[in-house]
Write a protein that binds this ligand. Structure first.
Ligand SMILES: NC(=O)c1ccc[n+]([C@@H]2O[C@H](COP(=O)([O-])OP(=O)(O)OC[C@H]3O[C@@H](n4cnc5c(N)ncnc54)[C@H](OP(=O)(O)O)[C@@H]3O)[C@@H](O)[C@H]2O)c1
Length: 270
């Protein structure tokens, strides 16, 4: 277990930096003195963010790439190395999802989800981990989801991609910690970001909508978790109660998940 003592001059690569959690985390890390490589597909958003960081006295470089494309990831990592001289902290955050019954879910989109949410993280980790192990210094953050531990109805492909990510992170943590590389897996609950478009908000169970929290709280919690050398973070914290329920009262949890989902399928007002 290795804690980060200071973010000053730390060389960081954040995927999914053009929006939501990745954007907010990049801004905060840059404000703390880190030098940040910003990765996502939308070039304009990344360049605007890099300019915002520079205007505030920080350092960031925009590196547009599709994380689902292994070749693009390899080129992106080379550019990040050239720009920053190496990467100390990798944040595997890029991802997307839908709330959709399995039978309505397009097969190609289910494949794409796995490529973005799981293989994207795997490609970046493969490309950057050898340097970290050689230097005996590095941190890797995997942004999974509570749905990467508890699979609710109508999230089959998304939950599968996040369970895959959780498994990768947990196993890797054992392997690399003796080599000085620390793995933190983050399990966000429901965070207010553009992740939830109008379709997603309409389909969201009211209890989830009520439990939605702001992104800044999650960003603060991630930084604190890295400073404390924690291996896992669930935010908001109360959602971790679901893991206990899953182990100790699985039938109760199953009924709750089904009830909540059934209600979200009912027309509003019914
Ligand atoms: N918000 C929540 O409640 C919540 C809960 C649990 C887990 N999460 C996880 O948190 C992560 C960030 O989500 P968010 O809430 O910040 O959503 P968001 O605002 O929609 O941001 C998603 C980011 O991922 C990037 N991205 C998507 N596909 C990509 C691709 N093929 N290549 C490169 N970048 C790609 C997007 O950039 P471009 O479109 O520019 O490529 C964007 O920067 C995701 O992994 C999500 O599953 C979120």
């Amino acid at each position: 277990m290795t804690a980060i003592e200071s973010f000053r001059d730390l060389r960081v690569l954040v995927t999914g930096a053009s929006s939501g959690i990745g954007r907010a985390l990049s801004l905060r890390l840059a404000r703390e003195g880190a030098r940040v490589a910003l990765v996502a597909r939308r070039r304009e958003e990344l360049e605007a963010l890099a300019a915002e960081i520079a205007a505030a006295g920080g350092e960031a470089v925009a590196l547009p790439a599709d994380v689902a494309d292994r070749r693009q990831v390899e080129v992106c990592v080379e550019k990040a190395r050239a720009a920053l001289g190496g990467i100390d902290l990798l944040v595997n955050n890029a991802g997307y999802g839908h709330h959709r019954p399995f039978l309505d879910w397009d097969t190609e989109d289910m494949e794409q989800l796995l490529h973005v949410n799981y293989f994207g993280a795997l490609y970046f980790t493969k490309a950057l981990l050898p340097d970290m192990v050689a230097r005996r210094r590095g941190w890797i953050v995997f942004v999974s989801s509570v749905a990467g531990r508890i699979a609710p109805p109508d999230e089959s492909a998304y939950a599968a991609s996040k369970f895959a990510l959780t498994g990768l992170a947990s196993s890797l943590s054992h392997e690399v910690e003796p080599h000085g590389v620390h793995v933190l897996t983050v399990f966000p609950g429901v965070i207010r970001t553009p992740f939830f478009d109008a379709e997603a908000l309409a389909a969201m169970p009211p209890v989830a909508r009520r439990g939605m929290v702001e992104v800044d709280g999650l960003v603060t919690a991630i930084l604190r978790a890295l400073e404390r050398g924690r291996r896992e973070l669930t935010h908001p914290r109360w959602m971790a109660a679901g893991y206990w329920a899953q182990t100790l009262a699985p039938r109760f949890l199953r009924r709750q998940l089904q009830r909540v989902t059934r209600r979200s399928r009912e027309p509003s007002g019914s």
